[in-house]
Design a protein around this ligand. Structure first.
Ligand SMILES: [Fe+2]
Ligand SMILES: [Fe+2]
Length: 159
């Protein structure tokens, strides 16, 4: 299963996409977030006999845009970035209508236009689940670092 997934995404891992490795996103890199969303999209859409190849590629590219438009998290940015991602992805790759819909509606209902296809609903939901998981994971890491610091501080007082 993982081999087929890697074959599908391989042509899209161009230098410009690899730059997402330098962008922080939900406490991890946007590259890793995109790969995670793509992988679960692949698994779910293949199991459900949807158009899994197109869905996997669109999921991979759903947050493919430069950091210049994402240096702070505002509601406007949350609304706008799917449009930037479609425009940016179209600079490098041919996208089908299904793929454009997947990328442009992945923030629904924060963006107002609902997804047209089942594949788009799938990516919308998987992206949300991954984002929540990544946020909680990074928060746990921060909390554990803070707890360790407090523990060391407490121990030095006890001495
Ligand atoms: Fe996004
Ligand atoms: Fe995302």
């Amino acid at each position: 299963m993982k081999d087929e997934f890697n074959e599908i995404i391989k042509p899209y891992l161009i230098d410009e996409f690899n730059e997402l490795k330098n962008i922080n996103h939900h406490g991890i890199t946007r590259y890793n977030h995109s790969l995670r969303v793509a992988y679960y999209t692949y698994k779910v859409t293949k199991t459900l006999h949807f158009n899994y190849e197109e869905a996997t590629i669109a999921a991979l590219l759903h947050d493919f845009f430069s950091d210049e438009v994402d240096n702070e998290m505002t509601i406007f940015k949350l609304r706008r970035h799917p449009k930037y991602a479609v425009e940016n992805a179209c600079k490098y790759f041919y996208l089908t209508d299904l793929q454009k819909d997947i990328i442009s509606t992945h923030m629904f209902p924060i963006t107002f236009t609902p997804p047209k296809y089942l594949e788009s609903w799938t990516v919308d939901i998987i992206d949300d689940i991954c984002a929540i998981y990544e946020k909680i994971y990074s928060l746990r890491k921060e909390l554990s670092a803070a707890t360790t610091f407090l523990f060391i501080l407490l121990m030095s007082y006890i001495k």
